[in-house]
Design a protein around this ligand. Structure first.
Ligand code: TYD
Length: 230
């Protein structure tokens, strides 16, 4: 039986990609893999993750607003989430698996909506300077898993999905800009990003994902391909 390791260092991992990239099922599989190795996992998402941030999420996904309002609400939700969920979990040595984080803001508000990247950079510095990281530093994910998928493929997948939210309902061209936004963030910080080719069969995506974690020494064995999400 694996035992929780009280000495374990907290790990902050975010998951990114355009809508329809298939990340949600893989995040759940990864949470199981970490728990199977004795780690405590906090599974969370943005926008959201706290009662206040979930209220902001509902507004963001349903109400129309201008891009600055949208960016301010996203970062307000993020601050609440960081202070009340992410930082405390990291301080306890947990693995935080976060479905989207700030790269999504640069991709969707910056790339998709064309909003000012300098303003987003300023908000990032305000919001992610948490007391836990110390003077002058920013809280960033230890790793960002980027499910990279051609926007055309994502659009075809989304066409079969449930009723779209305000972002999912955007035209293909919006997602081309979002994808370019992700590519730019990955190019600017290549050591933080792990790019997963998401236009493959689910078990092959799972294999890429687990090998990324094994390579970093965060999962100690190669998790068999068939133990991932269905
Ligand atoms: P998503 O995380 O994909 O949840 P679901 O799988 O339930 O649809 O939905 C969140 C949406 O919010 C997604 O379309 C991207 C968007 N978003 C932004 O525009 N900016 C952000 O900073 C974040 C975190 C998300």
């Amino acid at each position: 039986m694996p035992h929780p390791n009280p000495q374990a260092r907290g790990l902050f991992i975010s998951f990114e990609g355009i809508d329809g990239a298939g990340k949600s099922t893989h995040i759940a599989g990864l949470a199981d893999a970490f728990r199977g190795q004795g780690r405590t996992v906090t599974l969370t998402r943005e926008p959201g993750g706290t009662p206040l941030a979930e209220k902001l999420r509902a507004l963001l996904l349903n109400d129309s607003m201008d891009p600055l309002t949208e960016s301010l609400l996203v970062f307000a939700a993020r601050r609440d989430h960081l202070m009340n969920v992410i930082e405390p979990a990291l301080a306890r040595g947990e693995v935080v698996l976060c479905d989207r984080f700030t790269d999504a803001t640069f991709a969707y508000q910056g790339g998709g909506r064309g909003f000012d990247l300098d303003v987003l950079g300023t908000l990032e510095r305000w919001v992610q300077a948490t007391p836990a990281v110390g003077e002058g530093a920013l809280r960033q994910p230890d790793l960002t898993v980027w499910f990279d998928l051609p926007p055309e493929t994502a659009a075809a997948r989304l066409a079969d999905a449930r009723a779209p939210d305000r972002f999912e309902a955007q035209p293909l061209d919006f997602f081309r800009h979002v994808a370019a936004g992700y590519a730019a963030r990955a190019a600017a910080d290549p050591t933080r990003f792990a790019r997963i080719q998401a236009d493959q069969a689910r078990h092959l995506v799972w294999q890429q994902l687990t090998s990324t974690f094994v390579r970093r020494g965060w999962l100690s064995i190669m998790v068999p391909a068939n133990s991932g999400p269905r």
